[in-house]
Design a binder for this molecule. Sequence first.
Ligand code: FAD
Ligand code: NAP
Length: 523
Amino acid sequence: MLNVPAQAFPAPSSQQRVAASGRAKVPLKPGRSLMDWIRLTKSGKDLTGLKGRLIEVTEDELAKHNRKEDCWICIRGFVYNVTPYMEYHPGGEEELMKAAGADGTDLFDQVHRWVNYESMLKQCLVGRMAVKPAAAPKEISSALSEEKKQLNGLLPEKVAVAASAKDLTPSYDWFQTEASVTVVIYAKKKDLNAESVIVDCQDKRFRAELLVEDLSYLLQLDLMHAVQEDVAVNIAGKVGKVEIALKKKGNIHWNVLGHPLESHNTVIRCTDRGLFYRRCKLVSKAEVTHDTRLLCLMLPKSTHLQVPTGHHVYLKQLIAGTEVVKPYTPVLPSLPLDSKEPAQQDGACLYLMVKMYSSGLFTQALDHLQIGDSISVSNPEGNFKKSQVQTSEDLFLLAAGTGFTPMVKLLSFTLAEVSCLRAVKLIFFNKTEDDILWRDQLEQLALKDERFEVEFVLSQPTKDWVGKQGKISSALLSEFVKRSRKDSKVLICICGPAPFTEQGVQYLKDLGYSQEEIYTFTA
Ligand code: FAD
Ligand code: NAP
């Protein structure tokens, strides 16, 4: 599996070091990196002890394999011998042992449901559970129906669902003209925006996901006929209606919209919906600093996707035959210097600011992408809600290194759209001057907008540096994070290496800020 950077299992104890993902990590021994694991899985070594056989595992049998030297774990009905993986697990053996001899699905999902464990642990597969544990996503409402023709198309026939869920269940219809087919989703909820809908149409496969609060409504069909590449999405947010216009290839009358695919017309929690990836083309790569690049990835014309402020996407690449996945936080092409206007996003591209580590598994592969190459990009994820900042009078942003990335859209949004905002202060920690991302732009923004202030703090400055130096500390924060007036409503956002973030939160709490006043960006 592994897709990933981070560990595949439950969060470790607080004494352990916390990883880039925000989860604790333990130092791995030399020769136990992700790349070393990939090599071992390709070596042909028998990693299950079953000489290639797959067996049916009973619950009693599973329970017997509960020791470090003989540890089986069940994930979604499949049983893996994770003993060979113990030393390679970034979250440590202790974390894996929490699910030893048992069903680890929930623990796994709590940490990294996006980790592709099937790929990473495939050589450790022992077999299936004889009685499959219930671990399928919980469907809140299924309106999957036999097709019911009405007007020109389909309306979902509701199956029995809880009354409250049923009330919330969106529905859809479709109509056609000679040249187009339009799918209409009725959200049963007002205040939709461009971020509420994600549409992909690849060949005849049509997928539309509506995100309303923490629920996801999915349409997924094999269309009756192929359509042209460009898709137009019109969101009538005030009335809770979404229109997705597809262009026909030729003037053919469609009798039905298409054939339902898996999970079509269902409502489940967003966190239970698997991540969907589409291929995006690298269209430009610009230098930001000596080791950081601004990548522009073009979405397919048939995709409608906007990443909400403070949310990240996952990039997926095949590295040495294994799918590796890492999170990145989209930024804007530049900081909006006219901060009274919301930054315009044309929606066609995603901009990522990525630090390329010389020993980084994923970033080295990313840095080798050529203009025109493609890479898989997931749907967005994240917990940040704009409403958290909408009533703030003072916003403090604490960023370290690429922890600056979520601050970009946040700055743009608050300066343009939060009317009660009095002050936004960014304190930006870096090693050296050469590491400061978008320094000129930040200084220009501070000159243009009197509400915005930026302070750079260097941990490894040259002797010419006249600014602040050091690391995040209580003294620094007490000077920096000050309410503009007594009792003003404050939000403090923190992002950087996980230990930086953890320390920051502790110092802020010690200074009397409440949990509600602090938001940490993590995976
Ligand atoms: P690895 O192979 O995992 O590590 C190799 C070496 O690189 C390490 O030994 C270490 O020396 C160095 N290194 C790797 N990762 C880190 C790290 N996180 N901190 C310090 N040193 C490290 N990164 C961006 O550049 N831009 C973003 O927008 C961005 N957004 C993120 C959003 C989230 C939610 C999270 C959790 C992380 C984000 N990251 C971002 C970090 C990113 O996901 C990867 O961790 C990073 O690109 C390194 O991956 P790698 O495979 O190249 O390094
Ligand atoms: P970096 O250059 O290594 O460090 C930036 C600054 O932070 C430096 O001044 C550094 O000081 C300081 N620092 C590092 N570790 C610290 C610690 N343990 N305690 C206090 N200060 C510390 O940072 P980077 O390589 O760009 O890494 C950025 C991090 O942000 C990554 O871990 C990435 O995963 C994370 N990130 C998270 C998200 C998210 O969760 N949404 C988004 C983007 C990035 P020193 O000189 O002492 O090292």
